[in-house]
Design a protein. Structure first.
Lengths: 161, 210
C-alpha cells in the first residue's frame, strides 16, 4: 500500500507509485496533476488564482497557475522526469454560485482553467484530459500507479479521466 | 490600491471588525426570530483570522456537505457576503419556515427540494441582509445586496470562493462565527468579502485612518 499524500489549498506535492496524491473539495481552484508513465512519478498542485504577476502578495508560488505549475514541473525534473514525458490532467475551476460571469467571482474558475492550460502549453506539456467548469466541487486523486485521475463530487458517480 | 490588508491588521481594527460582526449577527438573529416566530438568543460571535490555505477546513472537514448562501454587494462599497451553515440546522430552519408558510419540508441530508432551496435562499437573504444593514447604519454607507445565490456542496469547494477573493489581497481571511437559537442552537458563519478598497472605506467611515 502506498501513502495517500494530501495536497492542501495553494500547495503542491510529488509522489511515486504506489502513492496516491489527493486534494479535497476543489471549487473554483484547479488541481493540476502531472505524471510520467516510465518512472510512475506524479505531482499535484492545487492553485487558487491564475496569475502571480497581477497580485501584490505573491510569495506562495503554489497559489498561482503560472508559478505553481512551473514549480511542480521543476520538482518533477529534479526527481529525474524529463519534461517531454510529463502528461497533465486538470480538474476544478467550477463556478460555485450562479453569479454573472462578468464578475470576478463569476469567472475566476474559468480564468484559472484558461491560465492553467496556457501555462502547460507554454512549458510544452501535453494535456491528456480535463474535467473543469460547471457548478460543483470536486475531490481529486492521482493514482501514481497508472496515472488515473479520479474525480469525486457530491451526489455524482465517481469519474476517471 | 487599498492600504488595508489582513496581514498587518492590528488590535483596534480587529476590534472594530468584531463589533461590526457582533451587531450584524445580532440583527440577523432578530430577523430570523421574527421570520420564524421564535424567541432566539445569540451568543457573542467569535471573530477569527484564518490563513487562506486553511479556510477550506475552517468549518469542518473539507468534504463535508454544507450550505453556502452568497450575495454580491455594491454601491458605496463593493464585494460580497457569504453565510454558511451545516446541513442539519439548514433543514431545521427550512422546516420551520415551511411550517410557518404552511408548506411541507422534511428532506434530509444534502437533498433539498426546489421549494426548500428557495426557502433556504430566502433565509440566507434575510440573515445576510440584516447583517449588511447593521454595517450600513454603522458606517453610513449605502450597501445594496444582489439576489441570493445558493450552493449545497463540499465545504472546501464553497469556501474556495472566499479563499480566492481574500487570496488576491493577502494570506488571511476574516470569518465571523455566530450561534443563535432557542430550544436548540444554530451555528452560522459569516464571511464578509469587501473588495480591497472597500475595507479602507468601511474603516475610514468609522473615523479610522490607515
Amino acid at each position: 500500500m502506498g501513502a495517500v499524500i494530501k495536497v492542501g489549498m495553494a500547495d503542491l506535492k510529488t509522489g511515486k507509485a504506489p502513492d496516491i496524491l489527493t486534494t479535497l473539495g476543489l471549487g473554483s481552484c484547479i488541481g493540476i496533476a502531472l505524471w510520467d508513465s516510465q518512472t510512475k512519478i506524479g505531482g499535484l498542485v492545487h492553485i487558487m488564482l491564475p496569475d502571480s504577476s497581477k497580485i501584490r502578495n505573491n510569495s506562495n508560488i503554489a497559489k498561482f497557475a503560472d508559478t505553481g505549475i512551473a514549480e511542480l514541473v521543476h520538482q518533477m525534473e529534479k526527481l529525474g522526469v524529463p519534461r517531454r514525458r510529463m502528461v497533465a490532467k486538470i480538474a476544478g475551476g467550477a463556478r460555485m454560485f450562479e453569479v454573472s460571469g462578468k464578475t470576478s467571482v463569476g469567472n475566476i474558475g474559468q480564468n484559472n482553467a484558461i491560465a492553467s492550460k496556457a501555462k502547460l502549453k507554454e512549458l510544452g506539456i501535453r494535456l491528456a484530459a480535463e474535467d473543469t467548469g460547471l457548478n460543483y466541487g470536486r475531490t481529486v486523486e492521482l493514482d501514481c500507479n497508472n496515472g488515473d485521475y479520479i474525480i469525486k463530487a457530491v451526489g455524482k458517480p465517481i469519474k476517471k479521466i | 490600491m487599498g492600504k488595508f490588508s489582513f496581514d498587518n491588521i492590528n488590535g483596534m481594527y480587529f476590534d472594530i471588525l468584531k463589533e461590526i460582526g457582533n451587531i450584524g449577527a445580532g440583527n440577523a438573529t432578530t430577523a430570523v426570530a421574527t421570520m420564524l416566530n421564535l424567541t432566539l438568543e445569540m451568543k457573542v460571535p467569535k471573530v477569527e483570522l484564518i490563513a487562506v490555505e486553511d479556510l477550506g477546513s475552517a468549518i469542518g472537514p473539507e468534504e463535508q456537505t454544507i450550505v453556502g448562501i452568497f450575495l454580491e454587494v455594491k454601491q458605496d462599497i463593493s464585494g460580497s457576503i457569504m453565510f454558511l451553515m451545516e446541513l442539519e440546522p439548514a433543514h431545521y430552519l427550512v422546516d420551520r419556515l415551511m411550517g410557518v408558510m404552511g408548506g411541507v419540508g422534511g428532506s434530509k441530508g444534502a437533498d433539498f427540494s426546489d421549494m426548500e432551496l428557495s426557502a433556504l435562499k430566502e433565509i440566507g437573504n434575510i440573515i445576510a441582509g440584516a447583517y449588511l444593514s447593521a454595517l450600513s447604519s454603522m458606517t453610513n454607507l449605502v450597501i445594496l445586496p444582489s439576489i441570493p445565490y445558493i450552493s449545497v456542496d463540499m465545504a472546501a469547494a464553497i469556501l474556495s470562493v472566499p479563499a480566492i477573493q481574500f487570496g488576491q489581497y493577502g494570506d488571511n481571511a476574516l470569518m465571523i462565527q455566530t450561534k443563535f437559537g432557542a430550544d436548540r442552537m444554530i451555528d452560522g458563519y459569516f464571511i464578509l468579502l469587501p473588495d480591497e478598497d472597500s475595507y479602507d472605506k468601511i474603516l475610514g467611515s468609522l473615523g479610522i485612518t490607515l
